[in-house]
Design a protein around this ligand. Structure first.
Ligand code: PXG
Length: 290
């Protein structure tokens, strides 16, 4: 395996950062999780746009251009001779000292890992997921904006531990007001009377790349999609529910807190979106091989 660190491709054993990197010391950094399918990187410009937005929001200047990073991502995938997989792109604040001050850090570090993807179990898609509401609330934008895809994932991890202990694959995070924000690594949608709804970004949802794709695919099918505040009531009483994320793609949810949603099985609208999503991922993206 070849890993990109600051312009060099090195082996997995050589791929190491300083213990003084503020990405480790303070979670001071940002990342993207990107997929490539069939020799093409899916939605790469959209991921890079979000990476630059995250960088802006934490006052970090990425020391490469968007073209440079595009080239580095593609070269890393090529060096690993992959056609389908997952890219983790990380930008840390860089090496500093044992103090918070980011201005003492020399230079942000850029890391690119390209690997095979650990696919979700296929029964998630055929039978649907059980999710539970977590008592951990999504962090408030007043504290740290959840739109920033930062290296601080403890909020999500604490919620994921709760979900796991309850035997659920994902956990539903409410915001401080009790409205649905998102899941620990996925956005949430419901379907009611043939219309889709998903929480607006200001509810505490990440600007998910897969979320945007699902919205476009649904509108292309003639369905209406609204971004609206949702409560658990809206999920309990929905006809269908599904999650979107780079790792999960589009995955049906059939129970919340042990209560069946709709008929308690994956719904037809979710099924058609999954079909269209697969067709899109196979046919679109930035080509890896010339
Ligand atoms: N919300 C949160 C908090 C996320 O971390 C999403 C929504 C979905 O966004 P995208 O852009 O991926 O559609 C994410 C992304 C993993 C894993 O290992 C999860 C994500 C990214 C990378 C890896 O479970 N979640």
């Amino acid at each position: 395996m070849k890993i990109y660190i600051d312009g060099n491709l090195c082996s997995k054993d050589e791929a190491k950062l300083s213990v003084f990197d503020h990405g480790l010391l303070y979670g001071d950094g940002i990342f993207e999780g990107i997929r490539f399918y069939n020799g093409r990187v899916f939605k790469l410009p959209e991921h890079l746009r979000r990476l630059w937005d995250s960088a802006r929001a934490i006052n970090l200047e990425i020391p490469l251009s968007e073209e440079d990073i595009t080239e580095a991502v593609i070269e890393t995938i090529r060096q690993n001779e992959l056609t389908d997989g997952y890219v983790r792109l990380i930008v840390t604040r860089g090496v500093g000292n044992l103090g918070l001050a980011p201005w003492n850090c020399e230079r942000p570090s850029i890391i690119i890992i390209a690997d095979n993807i650990q696919l979700y179990p296929s029964e998630y898609y055929t039978k649907g997921l059980d999710i539970v509401t977590c008592s951990t609330r999504r962090i408030s934008p007043a504290a740290l904006d959840p739109s920033i895809k930062s290296l601080n994932y403890l909020n999500n991890i604490l919620a994921r531990i709760e979900a796991h202990r309850a035997g659920a694959a994902e956990g539903l995070l409410l915001n401080e007001q009790g409205y649905v924000a998102e899941c620990t690594g996925d956005n949430v949608f419901i379907v009611r009377d043939g219309a889709l709804s998903t929480p607006p970004l200001y509810a505490g949802a990440l600007r998910g790349i897969t979320r945007a794709v699902a919205i476009t695919l649904a509108r292309d099918q003639g369905l209406s999609v609204s971004e609206t505040m949702l409560t658990r009531y809206d999920i309990f009483t929905a006809d269908e529910c599904f999650l979107t994320g780079t790792a999960a793609e589009i995955v049906p949810v059939v129970r919340l807190d042990g209560r069946p949603i709709g008929l308690g099985q994956p719904g037809p609208i979710t099924g058609r979106l999954i079909r269209d999503f697969h067709a899109l991922t196979r046919s679109e993206g930035v080509p890896i091989w010339p």
